[in-house]
Design a protein around this ligand. Sequence first.
Ligand SMILES: [Zn+2]
Length: 186
Amino acid sequence: MTTSERSADPASDPATEPSTGPSTGPFADVVAGNRLHAESYDQRGLHPRAAKGLALLTCMDSRIDPLGMLGLAPGDAKILRNAGARVTDDVLRTLVLASYLLGVERFMVVAHTGCRMAADSEHDVHAAVRDAGGPDTRSLAFLTTTDQDAAVRADVQRVQSWPYLGRVRVGGFVYDLETGLLRPVC
Ligand SMILES: [Zn+2]
């Protein structure tokens, strides 16, 4: 509701105006960026259904631009992200909604080169968190893998075999951060 109200009259809150809202604190830079974004915002009216019938799971890695990577635009696809692009229970839950309510008919699992979740062991990541001043995280499964392609295949198979998602076509890929190219895995 707030978004539609704001987008209904973006000129009422110009980017050049000093902040009149609550303190933006550690988010000052991105809130300022948002004001610039809103000046040329033209995505009003996009349909919530995925225009390309696509959902994509990729890593949270900040080097990845999920839409740009696939030549897509806002409105085209549902984007799911987590550490390592692993198919978790939450990914499955989200896909059920995306499939039946949001027009998703195909789903890509996209891992990437240089992913720490495919470079370090579970033990190493727990130790790294501890070394960074964090708590003992050994009760958490970070879902690291020593065989990235095998993990992608297993995750694709998990989606394919999930009874709620029988009508979704699934593919697995690895995105190369050096070339920008996708490598099909399965
Ligand atoms: Zn990653």
